[in-house]
Design a protein around this ligand. Structure first.
Ligand SMILES: [Zn+2]
Length: 159
């Protein structure tokens, strides 16, 4: 005799709940839905539930979270992976546990790097690391320094 939770019939309740979930919100964005063993609570046994994954937009995730009235305070954030992060919230629908995940890529904003010109001491966007034209022409030396456009021009004029 098979374990009652691993025969196909044990999935019917969750499959019915998935059908009713989609029927109740036919205009929301489609996620990737499947049936998996979930726990309704930390201490409850695993049972067949609905797993929905949103890979394209956190907006999709949020629309579903709001529609299902899953508490935003219970949304967990995972940023432990360097490239893929996710929000996840658990709840229930028609007595069936639901786990919803929204994947996204989180990138730390990078501050625009502004260099300071070696000659005029000014930090401005046109400062680039370049070979000093004077050192190159006069001393045949590749001296790489941050130079602004004006100072680059001045160094050229000095040759
Ligand atoms: Zn300068």
């Amino acid at each position: 005799m098979s374990d009652a939770t691993i025969i196909a019939g044990s999935q019917i309740k969750a499959a019915g709940a998935l059908l009713s979930l989609l029927s109740a919100h036919p205009d929301l964005p489609a996620g990737i839905a499947c049936l998996e063993k979930l726990q309704a609570g930390d201490r409850t046994p695993f049972e067949w539930g609905i797993v929905v994954r949103h890979h394209y937009s956190l907006s999709d995730f949020e629309q579903w979270r709001a529609a299902l009235r899953f508490d935003s305070d219970r949304v967990a954030l995972d940023t432990s992976d360097a490239t893929t992060n996710w929000l996840q919230v658990k709840g229930s629908w028609r007595g069936v546990p639901v786990e919803m995940t929204g994947f996204f890529t989180f990138a730390e904003p990078t501050a625009a790097q502004v260099l300071t010109c070696h000659f005029c001491g000014t930090a401005k966007p046109d400062v680039e690391v370049a070979a000093d034209p004077f050192a190159k022409e006069i001393n045949d030396e590749e001296w790489l320094i941050p130079l602004c456009k004006d100072c680059y021009g001045d160094r050229c004029d000095e040759i």
